[in-house]
Design a protein around this ligand. Structure first.
Ligand SMILES: C[S@@+](CC[C@H](N)C(=O)[O-])C[C@H]1O[C@@H](n2cnc3c(N)ncnc32)[C@H](O)[C@@H]1O
Length: 499
């Protein structure tokens, strides 16, 4: 019953606009956050349907329930787990079950539809959280993709190989594939639950939406580098960065929220991350010229945003449009300040900016304003084969979207210092030689083109990868010198532990 009470409390607070749904769930300290989050999201999504059922059956009058709790209970009874969590209200609700079911059936007949989904207003009928594939990032700090695949096969999942098209990500039963864009990502049918799985509990796999894996993949700091994650908690991208860096180098991670940072510390420990230095600090107050940070070359900036891309968090109410406008404008100005601040780090080479927002105001507008204020930086064109581009005039950036990319809504831009563009190809070559030779997908640097290939799947594997075969001898010898230099640097690199 605690689950239902807590969900009702959160829905009521969200209705009063006390905070975003996600924040309320996060701050609730409820034991099973995932379960609570799913219940709250779904109840909110169906709230107009649930309200109609409750009113038509006069449930509030007959039971003395209040609307938010009634909505949660009716949702779980008719569309969810069937009130498996029990509690004192279960017996009461069971008495009214037939009438509630009959009312739901009557609504479907009236609207000539067969699924609960079809009762939703048109703007809510797009794919949502639990219809998206379950993405699983293999944590290469603890295992390999091959070993994870073998383990999952032995566990009864059926591996269909490498996906070649987006359609291959529509999976059923216990089938799974390797993602077509991100090499360490496995894709399962929606709602596949790994929370009790050994690989998850042991930190061998991380449950992370595909779009959210893009920033670390695209930034791709080489092992041994100095990297900064500006707004880091709860740390999925931080652990991904550490995996890309092979735990070598230094990874500064900041967050303002002490509680989220504490959660992050636990997650990083489970993921086997050792190169991090966490700080409960305002990123905007970090001194870019401070001696600690003067060698920072890569920054991941994933600041607070409206969360409008998170499918189950989409607020479809038309109320308070003025408030929403003001909120977006304040978020955008915070995001721009963070971005400008990030570009002040003296040795910065590349910065990746991402949001889980679908609003132009928080995405292209912020990046365009920043580029105007920082002419020494430019955008790196990202993954040529990614189907959803940044809005005009920034097609170099990526957007993600449930229908076009089968992910939550997301935005990513990669900014690079002009001077870096010149040796971008060499840098990429060094990175590639330092990664496993066989790594199928490599992230882009500026100006490189997808390698030509007649085989479509091979082309997608070689996406945005400069062709090492095309290097001149001079490039190759520079590469060797750089590699030797880097090896020396790595040997001297200090590994920081979480504080
Ligand atoms: C979108 S979340 C980051 C998610 C994270 N990158 C991940 O992948 O797990 C934004 C985070 O920024 C933090 N934050 C907001 N303002 C900040 C600031 N001025 N300095 C540092 N962190 C900040 C918030 O507490 C929140 O945890």
């Amino acid at each position: 019953m605690a689950l239902y009470m807590k969900a009702a409390e959160i829905l009521q607070k969200a209705e009063r606009k006390q905070a975003a749904l996600k924040t309320l769930v996060y701050d609730s300290k409820f034991a099973n956050i995932k379960q609570l989050f799913a219940l709250v999201c779904e109840t909110q999504k169906f709230s107009s349907v649930l309200q109609e059922i409750i009113e038509a059956t006069r449930l509030l009058k007959l039971t003395r329930l209040k609307m938010p709790l009634a909505q949660v209970l009716v949702y779980d009874l008719l569309m969810g787990q069937g009130l498996k969590c029990g509690g004192s209200w279960k017996a009461v609700m069971m008495k009214h079950r037939s009438r509630l079911q009959a009312e739901l059936a009557r609504m479907k007949v009236k609207q000539k539809v067969s699924r609960n989904e079809d009762l939703l207003p048109a703007n809510l009928q797009q794919p949502h959280g639990d219809q998206l594939p379950r993405y699983v990032r293999v944590n290469t700090l603890k295992t390999t993709v091959e070993d994870a695949v073998d383990y999952l096969k032995r566990d009864g999942f059926s591996y269909l190989g490498q996906a070649c098209r987006l359609e291959d990500l529509s999976l059923k039963d216990r089938h799974f594939v390797r993602d077509l864009h991100l090499p360490e990502l496995l894709v399962f049918p929606p709602k596949t639950d790994f929370h009790d799985h050994f690989l998850y509990k042991a930190g061998h796999i991380i449950l992370q939406d595909k779009a959210s894996c893009l920033p670390a993949f695209l930034l791709h700091p080489p092992p041994g580098s100095q990297v900064l994650d500006a707004c880091a908690a709860p740390g999925n991208k931080t652990s991904h960065l550490a995996a890309v860096m092979k735990n070598r180098g230094r990874l500064f991670a900041f967050d303002l929220d002490a509680k989220r940072l504490a959660t992050m510390s636990t997650l990083l420990l489970r993921a086997g991350v050792t190169c991090q230095q966490l700080a409960n600090q305002d990123f905007l107050k970090v001194d870019p010229d401070g001696p600690q940070y003067r060698d920072v070359e890569f920054i991941l900036l994933d600041p607070s945003c409206s969360g409008s891309g998170m499918v189950c968090l989409r607020d479809n109410s038309s109320a308070d449009q003025d408030k929403e406008k003001a909120r977006l404008s304040s978020l955008a100005s915070f995001q721009l300040r963070c971005l400008n601040h990030g570009l002040r780090f003296p040795r910065l080479k590349r910065l990746v900016y991402s949001t889980c927002s679908i609003h132009r105001q928080e995405n292209e507008d912020v990046v365009a304003a920043c580029l105007q204020q920082n002419p020494s930086f430019r955008l790196v064109p990202l993954l040529a084969q990614w189907p959803e581009r940044g809005l005009d005039p920034l097609p170099q950036c990526l957007r993600a979207d449930p229908t076009k990319t089968r992910t939550h809504g997301f935005f990513v831009a990669l900014l690079e210092k002009h001077s870096e563009a010149e040796d971008g190809k060499q840098e990429a070559a060094v990175q590639i030689s330092e990664q496993e030779e066989a790594t199928p997908h490599s992230p882009p640097t500026s100006e490189n083109k997808p390698a030509a290939s007649e085989d479509e799947s091979e082309a997608s594997e070689m996406e945005e990868t400069p062709t090492p075969a095309g290097e001149t001898d001079v490039t190759a010898s520079k590469k060797r010198r750089r590699k030797r230099k880097k090896k020396k640097k790595n040997a001297a690199a200090v590994t920081f532990k979480a504080v």
